[in-house]
Write a protein that binds this ligand. Sequence first.
Ligand SMILES: [Ca+2]
Ligand SMILES: [Ca+2]
Ligand SMILES: [Ca+2]
Length: 218
Amino acid sequence: MSLSFLRTIVIYFSIILVNMTLLNLINPADAAVLISEVVADPASDWDADGEISSRGDEWVEIVNSGPGGVDLADYYLRDALGDDPQICFSGLLLVGETAVFFGSDAVAWQLEQGLSSTGLSLNNAGDMLELYHGHPLDVDAVLVDALIYPDHAGVDDRSLARFLPENEWVLCDGLNPYGGTQEPAGTGCSPTPGESNVCEGLVPSESRSWGEVKTDYR
Ligand SMILES: [Ca+2]
Ligand SMILES: [Ca+2]
Ligand SMILES: [Ca+2]
């Protein structure tokens, strides 16, 4: 992991902790919607528009882990170090449901808003994402989830996926196997855009180091 990325992580966690302190934190009802899976470096036509695009085919999946349905109309995803959000989600997410949003969805929303059409802006070298209830530039917006993914998850069609109920982040490298030593390790599981994160035969790890790191900052 590069020094600049480590420095960015430290800055990011500082921002999160300050936000949490200032906002006196998270309403449990808001915590129902979580980031559940990310593909930062698409090598497939994930949005099925007929072409493979590094911008249009990135995707982020969210899941409703709470006890009731959630209207996504006021949920925003933002690159952690940006100002404007990348997308405002839409639709109704029922209990336990997942929904996937592609870079092309983000571009469409950005064009509607008169923003630069950068798409989801998922950095292949690792990145940080924030999920807000309320526009992130509004003072009463609530940070409901955040994700940092490492660089080895941002390589051709690998996803990082949250497996519930263990709340463990799993590298889904079935389309592009990872044999390195970074955490989380390769699993052979395949990305599952818009579907619950499951993988036959996967046993939750004992170490859960990546999940524990995440939990420390939520
Ligand atoms: Ca990317
Ligand atoms: Ca495409
Ligand atoms: Ca999924």
